[in-house]
Design a protein. Sequence first.
Length: 357
Amino acid sequence: MSSSTIKELTLQVKQQGYSILPGWKGEPLEYTSSNREKVGKNKVDDLYQRTISVLKLNHYDECDLTLLIPAIISERPEELAEIDRDGRYVIDGQNKEVIFYNATSGQENTDNAPTMHEMVLKHKYDPNLTLTENYEKVLKAEARLFEHLNTLRKKLTKLDELRAEVCQGDELATDIEDTMITLNLVSDRFGSKESNAKEVRSFSQFYYCLTGDFKDEDGVGTSKTTKLLKSGYNLWSAIYPKEEKVHGTAFRAICLIDRFTNEALSNGLQEKFRNWCKEELSKQYSPVKLVKGFGTFESPRWTLHRVIEKYNDMMSNMVGSGAPTIGPKKLVAAAELNKVFVHPDEDEWQRINKRAE
């Protein structure tokens, strides 16, 4: 494990192209701590604020003071009382303030009653402007801060969430990290720490592979799932040995192709199809081209049947009559073993079944 100081990180990003010159503008927000009564008087402006969500409030569960980061408050000039636009307005954190207000009910006058942390944007009344102009100036500043807080603030990626969950001992996140270590894969520093670890692209699709494609195999981290993933990764490495990165969507497809080969085929046909994949698939498709047009969760099934069709065409062209193809009866039999092998297009699957009769 390693860490960097802010000074070190600043030097790193400057070397990578961070070019903003030193200097600043605006006034810093002021810190305050408000009791329940004061929080209860805070207002929410419907002009730019989102509707409060009961679903989200219930998701937060009981008020946890450790997680109750400061709300952002706009403190408007007293002069705006003339048009009933004065007071303290919540710019960011209305959910947090409702949770706090509800949690501290009946605790207002107790010695250990908690307070709500707030960061306050204070406005000065400009006598050179009209009352309406002052209000419009305040409203513009509030809306600007609201927009920046909710659009420029980076949303946590799945990898950010997994890193945090591993530190908290989350079982699924830990199993995913262990699987990536086993396969010697890494994505944005999550997974293997080996210098020769391959980087995973399209991590969300790789995540689906671990948590969705194998959900019926006792889940991520089990010996059965790990064995299937290892087998799929070995086939990937045999097909694309020169690829420096692992394309998450294509990897999902290769894992399904590997399962189809192992579970649905046998004897000579199994060997011929596997060898064809190893020798020909990379000539026909790059990882990106392999899954082109298939960006949904069902991408692996679409890709599997694309590959089977290509294999059948090439075998028929090379061998002619009696070619070792994967016909409709074999596809229907495969689907009876595992529904994951069913063609994702219902109409096409019906035609396959009709030809198999």
